[in-house]
Design a protein around this ligand. Sequence first.
Ligand SMILES: [Fe+2]
Length: 231
Amino acid sequence: MSTSPTDARPTRPGLTDADTYLVRLAHRSMREDTRALALALRRLPNGSTRGARRLRTWFVRFEAVMAHHQTEEDEIFWPALAEVAPAFAASVAALEVEHDELDRSVSACGHALEAVAGTGRAAEREAAVAAAERLVRVVADHLDHEDRTYVPAYQAAIDPETHGRLSAAAVASVPPALMAFIGPWFLDHATGEDRARLVASVPAPKALVVQGPLTVRYRRLARDVRAARSA
Ligand SMILES: [Fe+2]
């Protein structure tokens, strides 16, 4: 009989930080890139639309990553956790409200980027900086909330077998068009053991492609944000 992602029946609850490294990495990456976007926008020269267009193109991919991350929580991880963790179930509604606010902030940022990419004027750039700075705060507040509630509850209540099944469902739900971005994006933010775990999590030929041509393409797309991150 097949199982659905929500058929969580833990027999051996308890996960380690190593088991849940990917959610921590995703959260750190989103915090870092929203802050870098705000800085990259502040650095845009007046009257130039070229840099703004590059940031807008990058943001389309980043926005899709954020949307997928939320969807896998809403549809895969949270329903499974809510089944076995009553305290978490009681807090899901508040987290879902935050996802809605996050959607609005991401959308506002996208529109502001579109405007500055069209004109390059200081007024639109300042509006885009303000939208990006708001996104930084909304992302940080939401992820702080998840890191205090969802992540520890998940680690305590979900068993390794269920975690493996839910994670596989989450990976399978990544839209094919996003795969070429999300692998290099995770690798770009990962350090040390997390990087080794990521590489080991996919077949060797695929890991070579992600670390090679897909990373080259990703770095070209993300160059302004990456430069701002290391500033
Ligand atoms: Fe979330």
